[in-house]
Design a binder for this molecule. Structure first.
Ligand code: DON
Length: 307
């Protein structure tokens, strides 16, 4: 058994039995129904192998992890114009905060807080009709993960459509400032649906591989983005990927990472591996409690911190 395999198995077993599991998100009612007893981990290596353990074949709601892929798509479609819409500074605020938006004239601090991701989705909608945009995002993930089975969980999307009052506030506020230019309802519809994409940790680790290998898929050798862009996306993940928990994540794990309220985290060990973990219980910043602990253990053991 390889060292990665041994680490993955042992960490999964340790996490499976831990009593401290965090609390599942309930502000999206459908996510509140997920069993917090689950844990999964997958490591996609530079040889294209995916080593996984725990509930690694169970799809979960990727939520904000999807923002890495919408940012990648938007940068591919319109290049650095994206940075006129959103900044690339950590916010130091919760993911759904509205306070900075007024001071900063509707320009979100970064593309990973909700306001920033909604603005990026709106930018994608300047080139595509809503259905086409959603198709592009879903197909991009299917292509990256080399798996057509990836789908949108309509029940989760509908659940957030019904209850997403803060996001409606953010989108309307940005519309007033002109940093959302399209129809607010369409932008939010696409945003809620891309957050509701369901994937397994195996699929997610595989989909993130290009970020670990200078923008190239290590299996096919195809270039997804330039090396420079991959480095920059990783930089934003490191500084902003866990909202007001980004400093703590960098301190403990030492890797670029993006979390979602479904309990998933995608972490990138440049030159080494793309890692996905999932455990639905969250910490106070809305990031997976056991997911972060598992990543801390894995990076320590493998010596994968970028620092
Ligand atoms: O917009 C929301 O609130 C959710 N669809 C996504 C938020 C999220 O995943 C925050 N991450 N930890």
């Amino acid at each position: 058994m390889s060292e990665i395999e041994a680490a993955v198995r042992e960490i999964a077993e340790e996490m499976r039995v831990r009593p401290d599991r965090g609390a599942v998100a309930t502000y999206i009612p459908e996510l509140g129904r997920v069993d917090p007893g689950q844990f999964a981990i997958a490591v996609a290596t530079k040889d294209g192998e995916v080593i996984a353990a725990g509930d690694c074949n169970t799809p979960f709601s990727i939520q904000s992890v999807s923002k890495v892929f919408t940012l990648t798509l938007a940068l591919g479609m319109m290049g650095d114009v994206v940075w006129q819409r959103v900044g690339r500074e950590p916010s130091g605020s919760p993911f759904n905060s509205i306070v900075q938006l007024e001071f900063e004239k509707g320009r979100p601090r970064n593309p990973f807080i909700n306001a920033g991701a909604i603005s990026v989705t709106d930018l994608i909608l300047s080139k595509y009709q809503p259905r086409e945009a959603l198709g592009e995002i879903l197909r991009f993930l299917q292509y990256l993960a080399d798996d057509d089975a990836i789908y949108i969980d309509e029940a989760v999307a509908a659940s957030e459509q019904r209850t997403g009052y803060s996001n409606r506030a953010l989108a309307n506020f940005m519309k007033a400032f002109g940093t959302v230019t399209g129809t607010v309802d369409y932008t939010l519809g696409v945003y809620f649906h891309h957050c509701a994409i369901a994937m397994t940790v195996r699929q997610l680790a595989r989909a993130g591989s290009f970020l670990a290998h200078l923008g190239r898929d290590p299996v096919t050798g195809f270039s997804v983005v330039s090396a420079e862009r991959a480095r920059r996306i990783n930089a934003v993940m490191l500084t902003c990927g866990h909202y007001d928990g980004s400093g703590e994540f960098a301190y403990r794990v030492g890797l670029p990472g993006k979390s979602g309220v479904g309990g998933g985290i995608l972490a990138i060990a440049p030159g080494k591996a793309s890692i996905a973990v999932w455990s639905p219980g969250l910490d106070a910043s809305g990031n997976s409690h056991l997911g972060r602990i598992a990543l801390e253990k894995l990076t320590q053991r493998m010596g994968w911190s970028v620092f």
